[in-house]
Design a protein around this ligand. Structure first.
Ligand code: UDP
Length: 330
């Protein structure tokens, strides 16, 4: 399949490109490199430095490259920033995505795979989190993703768009060969921050809240490897042959880990002691979020390969130890 990977130079997109190549597909990358990295672009893969909202250019690329399916990973993803700068998030995550979808429909491309998020659920009514829970985001980031999900439903109905939306839990880890990995600027995610605290790049890691109603008092999250996420995106392709088909899947390992467990996994992988400072809870953090991914397992045959936090952190450490400054382009 000829696949346009929008955001293919970013964290999850760049891993998905490798998985597409391994599975025998032909990816083409579109990324404006605002957050993506030129060095994360896979060798030999056509690359366009274009914004996803540039409708005319995107349409030309879809036609000239004879694209059959679009995967969309290009979103702003800082929850805190989405609260203080909502227009930026609605503009990029919703309006630009709408332009991308317009370009697709103009070019007659009707298969779409979308990166959504567990943040569309807000504070969950039940755990583990199944697809049928009510969606009530508690920040603009989650809201923009939910707005796109709803737009996709309307386009499926009106124009026969077929799509899958994957709600990720905490994407983590790096490619097994250590060639690509996580490099955000600024970095806000727990695993890379803890690794930086282990290596001395940061003074310490602050644990946001130790008085939650969880076994060790710290928040529980469902860390899921980027390559596992990527494989689900490819496994859904066959289902999109049916015009108007729509699928939603929650993707996580289903086994949550606490902040303290993540720190312990980093200490184990690196062999270094992590300096820890316990601070107040971070506003807006639910105590526990973890997925029930039975639907993806049953319908897509999805198998979680990186099924422990140790396995995930080992891959992250391989990347960070070989690339202490990430891609070194910021
Ligand atoms: N966290 C923390 N210290 C940090 C960053 C994160 O204790 O410096 C905690 C955070 O409160 C949450 C978990 O680690 O419980 C994962 O946070 P992250 O920002 O990586 O992802 P989120 O779950 O917020 O999407």
């Amino acid at each position: 399949m000829k696949v346009l990977v929008v955001g293919g130079a970013g964290y999850i997109g760049s891993h998905c490109v490798r998985q597409l190549l391994e599975a025998g597909h032909q990816p083409v990358i579109l990324d404006n490199l605002v957050y993506g990295h030129r060095k994360a672009v896979a060798e030999g893969v056509p690359f366009y430095d274009v914004s996803l909202g540039d409708k005319e250019k995107v349409k030309d690329i879809l036609e000239s490259e004879a694209i059959e399916l679009v995967m969309h990973f290009a979103a702003y993803c800082y929850v805190g920033e989405s609260v203080t700068a909502p227009l930026k998030y609605y503009e990029n995550n919703f309006v630009e995505t709408l332009r991308l979808l317009e370009a697709m429909l103009d070019a007659g491309v009707t298969k779409f795979v979308f990166s959504s998020t567990c943040a569309t659920f807000g504070v969950p009514e039940r755990l583990p989190m199944t697809e049928d829970l009510p969606q009530a985001p508690i920040n603009p980031y989650g809201q923009t993703k939910l707005d796109v999900e709803n737009l996709l439903k309307s386009l499926a109905h009106a124009h026969g768009l077929s799509f899958a939306a994957f709600r990720y839990f905490n994407a983590a880890g790096a490619s097994e060969d250590g060639s690509i990995g996580e490099d955000h600027d600024p970095e806000t995610h727990l695993i890379p921050l803890v690794i930086d605290a282990a290596t001395g790049k940061r003074e310490n890691i602050k644990i946001f809240g130790t008085d939650y109603d969880t076994p060790d008092g710290t928040c529980l999250r469902d860390y899921v490897h980027v390559d596992d996420l990527s494989r689900a995106h490819i496994a859904v392709f066959d289902k999109l042959d049916q015009p108007g088909a729509q699928y939603f899947y929650n993707l996580g390992t289903g086994t949550p880990n606490s902040v303290r467990e993540v720190i312990a996994a980093v200490e184990k992988a690196t062999g270094k002691k992590v300096p820890v400072v316990e601070v107040e809870r971070r506003a807006g953090d639910p105590p526990a979020l973890y997925a029930d991914s039975t639907k993806a397992k049953q319908e897509l045959g999805w198998v979680v390969k990186f099924d422990t936090i140790d396995k995930i952190v080992e891959t992250a450490w391989r990347w960070h130890s070989a690339n202490p400054d990430g891609y070194g382009d910021r």
